[in-house]
Design a protein around this ligand. Structure first.
Ligand code: FAD
Ligand code: MLT
Ligand code: ZN
Length: 493
């Protein structure tokens, strides 16, 4: 387990006690309060799923989880916690990768799982309004018959919630095409730390009436309030989608390839995703997608998945085929081969090779995940440099670090540098930090491109944000949450 010192800086808060359980039981039905305390007295194991994160890296000691069904119930619970100075950790699907959804100590976990209703969908404007606890995949399924798609997609879609996505400002696999949630989220309903309901749940695209307060909650990781409702603009489903995996002989070809692909595919390009050879091999080893043929992988240093989404199949296929011809017939080809999907099943299988890397890594070992923004030209140097650094410390061997891997969203300049180890150990941690963050800072990059700060990176925030920015962030926190009850110890150092 990773030791988290951040709590030392959190304000002094009170633990949940039996009287609080009595109070929660007046607001909620008994099935919506899970606690080891009387009068509920559930076994501690009932809290395991809320006290442990997806990677098995962070562990909380919450005694109590509440699962409100309505905004009013959330408001009543939060107001009580405000009055009693009890820390509150909003929890969505608990798929976060930076420890943000796990209590640092024994804060109350407020799960949004029971707030799972679609409130409205307008098939003309494509605006969807949903409770924050709706699972991303269920929203995708809900709007599919109307020929709309969610503007974001990520490997955790079967578990993550739209409120969690907004709170982390999740990026994912469609950001290149549809932009970030800062653009697609139109409105939010939020319960503020004192229980007040902030209703900014507009369904209109344009609103220039001063400060855009909802933006503060997008990416604030539960530190400013509990998001209870989300209004989001969903794009029409593309009429045709294709994908191809390109095998490259060396990383240096990724940049010129990206330039060429953008030029040739222009408006139909919808994803340009990168996996290095090790990431590919782990995906195959752990059953994510079908392996490419031996011939297709021979001599490949890395792979790029290109997706197109457009309005007319013939037009898109013509463009994609032309791109492949250009690539393969070039005097100095940038790629060795390209595997074009020929059926919906193969389309999904090619995506699984990229999307399944996270899952594959978690099956292979314990992951140190660095989700960074650095210039695309330095992706490989960052991965190779980290590997060499670990080797120089004598840590690159089967009983310590097994793999150093690079994959990610090339189109967004977002590299996922993952170090897969036999176990989490202080020695590896010390070798990686601040090393990785210093490398990021030397490129003026970001220590978190899309996963957030959580509790993992509070100490590293200053590598990407200057003193003035951090001081302003603290002032904003103070305005919204002067008692410091909302997700204490997260985001801010
Ligand atoms: P949780 O993990 O429950 O919470 C995350 C943070 O948001 C916490 O700080 C929590 O307190 C806060 N929070 C949750 N709900 C609310 C709410 N209603 N109100 C206020 N605060 C709230 N992330 C990406 O950006 N891109 C990816 O491509 C991506 N792929 C992933 C693939 C896999 C297999 C996994 C396991 C994770 C991936 N992630 C990715 C990380 C994660 O899925 C996202 O961060 C996701 O948005 C978290 O949603 P969640 O509902 O699980 O939130
Ligand atoms: C991804 O791009 O696959 C996700 O952000 C998850 C991860 O970094 O492993
Ligand atoms: Zn990602």
């Amino acid at each position: 387990r990773v030791c988290r010192a951040a709590y030392a800086t959190a304000p002094s808060l009170n633990p949940v006690i039996e009287q609080d359980i009595h109070h929660f039981s007046k607001i909620l039905p008994s099935t919506s309060v899970v606690s080891t305390l009387s009068p509920v007295a559930s076994p501690a194991s009932d809290l395991d799923q809320f006290n442990n994160d997806w990677m098995g890296k962070y562990k909380g000691q919450a005694t109590t989880v509440v699962k409100p069904k309505s905004t009013h119930e959330v408001s009543q619970i939060v107001r009580h916690c405000w009055e009693r100075r009890i820390g509150v950790v909003p929890q969505g699907g608990n798929t976060g990768l930076v420890g943000g959804s796990i209590p640092l100590k024994d804060e109350l976990v407020l799960s949004l799982a029971n707030m799972n209703k679609v409130r409205s969908f307008d098939p003309i404007s494509g605006v969807l309004v949903a409770d924050a606890g709706c699972i991303l995949q269920s929203l995708t399924d809900y709007i599919a018959p109307h020929n709309h798609i969610m503007p974001l997609d990520l490997g955790a879609k079967g578990s993550c919630q739209i409120g969690g996505n907004v709170s982390t400002n999740a990026g994912g696999l469609r950001l290149l095409r549809y932009g970030s949630l800062h653009g697609t989220v139109l409105g939010l309903e939020v319960v503020l730390p004192d229980g007040t309901i902030l209703d900014q749940l507009t369904t209109l695209r344009k609103d220039n009436t001063g400060y855009d307060l909802k933006q503060l909650f997008i990416g604030s990781e539960g530190t400013l309030g509990v998001i209870t409702g989300v209004s989001i603009l969903t794009p029409p489903a593309p009429q045709a989608s294709n994908n191809v995996i390109l095998a490259l002989p060396k990383f240096d070809n990724v940049l010129p390839l990206y330039k060429l692909v953008k030029q040739q595919l222009s408006e139909i390009l919808s994803a340009f995703e990168f996996i290095d050879r090790t990431a590919y091999e782990l995906a195959v080893k752990h059953g994510q997608g079908r392996a490419l043929s031996d011939e297709d992988v021979r001599g490949a240093a890395c792979f790029v998945l290109v997706e197109t989404s457009g309005g007319r199949r013939e037009h898109d296929e013509e463009k994609l085929n032309h791109l492949l011809e250009t690539l393969l017939e070039a005097e100095k080809p940038l790629i060795n081969t390209g595997v074009l999907s020929q059926s919906p099943a193969q389309f999904s299988s090619l995506w699984a090779l990229r999307e399944g890397v996270t899952e594959a890594i978690s099956k292979e070992g314990k992951a140190y995940k660095y989700d960074i923004s650095v210039p695309l030209s330095s992706f490989q140097d960052v991965v190779d440099g980290t590997r060499e650094h670990l080797r120089s410390k004598g840590l690159l061997n089967d009983s310590a670090v097994k793999h150093v891997i690079g994959y990610g969203h090339v189109g967004d300049g977002n590299l996922h540098l993952n170090v897969v180890a036999e176990s989490y150990s202080p020695e590896i941690q010390a070798a990686l930090e601040p090393y990785v963050y210093e490398v990021v800072a030397s490129h003026r990059g970001s220590v978190s491109a899309e996963h957030g700060i959580g509790s993992m990176k509070t100490h590293a925030l200053h590598y990407s944000k200057d003193e003035v920015s951090i001081a302003l962030m603290k002032k904003i926190k103070e305005i919204f949450d002067p008692r410091g009850i909302m997700n204490p110890g997260k985001v801010l150092p």
